[in-house]
Design a protein around this ligand. Sequence first.
Ligand code: NAD
Length: 268
Amino acid sequence: MGWLEGDVALITGAGSGLGRALVDRFESEGARVVAFDRSPERVAAVEAAHQGTVVGVAGDVAVGEDNERAVAQALEAFGRLDTFIGNAGLFDYGARLADTPMETLDRGFDELIAVNVKGCLLGVKAALDALVAASGSVVLTASLSSRNAGVGGAIYTASKHAVVGLVEQLAFELAPEVRVNGVSPGFMRTDIRGPSALGLADRTLDSMPDLDQLARALLPLRFLPDPADYSGHYVQLASRANAAATTGVVVDCDGGFSVRGMPPLPGG
Ligand SMILES: NC(=O)c1ccc[n+]([C@@H]2O[C@H](COP(=O)([O-])OP(=O)(O)OC[C@H]3O[C@@H](n4cnc5c(N)ncnc54)[C@H](O)[C@@H]3O)[C@@H](O)[C@H]2O)c1
């Protein structure tokens, strides 16, 4: 018996990386899933891998009607919605303020924040009535950049701090019917892209050969996690039986990055 038997989840950014791992894990825990992603090819691939238990929706999380269409699909296909997972995201690859021209910064901010922050907000808005009806929950993907500077640039770091703000504000507003929590993953090798306004539409973490080495050197836990390594936190937070009293919480699972400390002082 899985932890999410009979539940229905809507997962954004479900076509790749962490979102795809969440679809696989939620399905294995007994949930039926609506997999929402901008890429129609990825949506088709997820659907094909889980026939009968996963329904795909191609759309943009930054567009209100696309979120409404995804929620309508959950209700039409499965009759209910228990969990909304706002996970689609872009990364700014550490773009530095001083090196970014004003106009590029302006457009890059709008493009990234529209996905990482507005996408979560519009998704929860679209799902709200269904979540209230099911006494369901929300889980948003934050990041180690929700509490650490210097991995992302200012735009990404601000966007992931804002996700924590959404978790706390929405947990306050939506109680007692709907629990709202977040998960802050650390490094993982995925296909994550950047805003085209910053010239990062084709950049991916996937192509960084030294990511394993970096993780071993930097993280107290000394390994590069797979996306699936983060999925258990989402399952627990979504599970009524295992997180009934939990709302407004963001779970850090960053390999210890936030507690890495510093090397011994010379002579110390
Ligand atoms: N990769 C990391 O190291 C890392 C670390 C911490 C947090 N995260 C967060 O994890 C989440 C998932 O990222 P990932 O690394 O799995 O990336 P990914 O690119 O592998 O997966 C993200 C998916 O989101 C989709 N997407 C992008 N913009 C969209 C939009 N506007 N509408 C709908 N779908 C859209 C993409 O098509 C892609 O399939 C993001 O929120 C990211 O910030 C990633």
